[in-house]
Design a protein around this ligand. Structure first.
Ligand SMILES: *Cc1c(COP(=O)(O)O)cnc(C)c1O
Length: 398
């Protein structure tokens, strides 16, 4: 007998849960790509993507995952030998930095560890030291999905501006778009990167790069551009095929159109942000209670710097790894691994896990995950404080 039969639940931070409506919208015959409804739908998707990022900037859509979207952004910002300043606050800044470096960009890394946000003052200091203005862009994750830290993008912009340095601000919002408040234009973001499979509730396969007019101008001479990654024809397509530099990702577009309708027209972006904030708080409340009686602690101590779509936590003594496997095999719930969270020299992530509450997620799903975790800790004899589910329920009941 196993209690895992039933609909499996994936609580990892991407791919996230896909609404049945999104899947159903994709289940259809191949459409005409030369004329007709697909063209109108693409125009609506482009408008929706601007709404979800709170921007009037341009947007390019790529057939790519997040790693592809990083390269797209790099290709349009840099020539070989240009500088990039990258803030590391977990795992994903490392990935973006490596990608830029492999493309020939001279990367300066500022490491803020795995438990704290980027310090705007240190970014400003590094820019001030760059008197020759070799650094063309500052790259930073809004939410680093590995550490679950949320960086203060507006404060980073203000710090950059205070130095008078002309570097662009490029932000990875792959984990946060549609989940955490994010206002591209108000925050002065020049280049924003995201993908379809997290807050946008659509299968992996679409990457997005929004770019301000300032970034467009600054990037005109970027020599890493190739025909496929160049954002200009995609952002300003004269002919339909230019939107995707070839065949459109037809079925992903049907799915994304449905997801944007659900997010923007039915729920509303601000309501979705508030839902994520509340569910995150329920998860934090449970961990706080568990932590009262065991070696269990949230990775980011200051709640002001916690992302709302994913929570990284430590359950010591290998508890996190054992709990993950119990939840999957005994209860049908898959939790996220502790990506990049092993201490230097350690090879195991056994003490870390992540709980996603990202995208198409409601109270019953989140409370269900927490209840399954409680059951798993009981089954495994993991020491923990009492009252976690009460505390989470109280947050939802508020
Ligand atoms: C998921 C994620 C990525 C990587 O996206 P892939 O689609 O796996 O390439 C990059 N950055 C952040 C912040 C993410 O959450």
């Amino acid at each position: 007998m196993s209690l895992s039969r039933g609909r499996p639940y994936l609580a990892i931070p991407g791919p996230s849960v896909m609404p049945d409506r999104v899947l159903a919208a994709m289940h259809r015959a191949a459409p005409n790509i030369y004329a007709g409804p697909l063209h109108e739908m693409t125009a609506e998707i482009r408008a929706g993507l601007k709404r979800v990022a709170c921007t009037a900037a341009h947007v390019a859509i790529y057939i790519a995952n997040g790693h592809g979207a990083w390269e797209a952004a790099n290709a349009n910002m840099f020539s070989a030998g240009d500088g990039a300043l990258v803030a590391l606050t977990g795992q994903f800044g490392i990935g973006w930095a490596n990608s830029a470096e492999r493309m020939g960009v001279t990367v300066t890394r500022l490491d803020f560890g795995r438990q704290a946000p980027a310090d705007p003052a240190r970014i400003a200091e590094a820019l001030s030291a760059d008197r020759a203005h070799r650094i063309r862009a500052v790259l930073v994750s809004h939410v680093d999905t590995a550490s679950s830290v949320r960086n203060d993008i507006a404060a980073i912009r203000a710090a950059i501006d205070a130095t008078g340095h002309p570097a662009l601000l490029a932000v990875d919002a792959i984990a946060s778009l549609g989940c955490d408040p994010l206002r591209m234009d108000d925050w002065g973001i020049d280049v924003l990167v995201a993908a379809s499979q997290k807050g946008l509730m659509t299968p992996p396969g679409l990457g997005f790069v929004w770019f301000s007019e300032r970034a467009r101008e600054a990037g005109r001479g970027a020599r890493l551009k190739t025909p496929y990654w160049d954002w200009e024809p995609r952002g300003f397509a004269q002919e339909y095929w230019q939107n995707f530099c070839g065949t459109a990702p037809t079925h992903h577009l049907f799915g994304l159109a449905e997801a944007l309708k659900m997010l923007l027209d039915e729920e509303g972006l601000e309501a979705a942000w508030a839902r994520h904030a509340r569910l995150a708080e329920a998860v934090w409340a449970a961990f706080d209670a568990w932590g009262q009686g065991g070696d269990i602690v949230l990775n980011i101590a200051d709640r002001a710097f916690r992302g709302h779509a994913v929570t990284a936590a430590r359950i010591g003594g290998g508890g996190a790894g054992r709990l993950r496997s119990w939840c999957e095999t005994e209860a049908g719930v898959t939790l996220g691994i502790g990506l990049g969270m092993a201490a230097p020299g350690e090879t195991s992530y056994a003490d870390f896990l992540r709980v996603a509450h990202m995208g198409h997620v409601n109270a019953h799903m989140t409370l269900g995950v927490l209840a399954v975790m409680e059951a798993g800790m009981r089954a495994l004899g993991i020491d923990r404080g009492a009252g976690a589910l009460d505390a989470a329920a109280a947050v939802c009941a508020r």
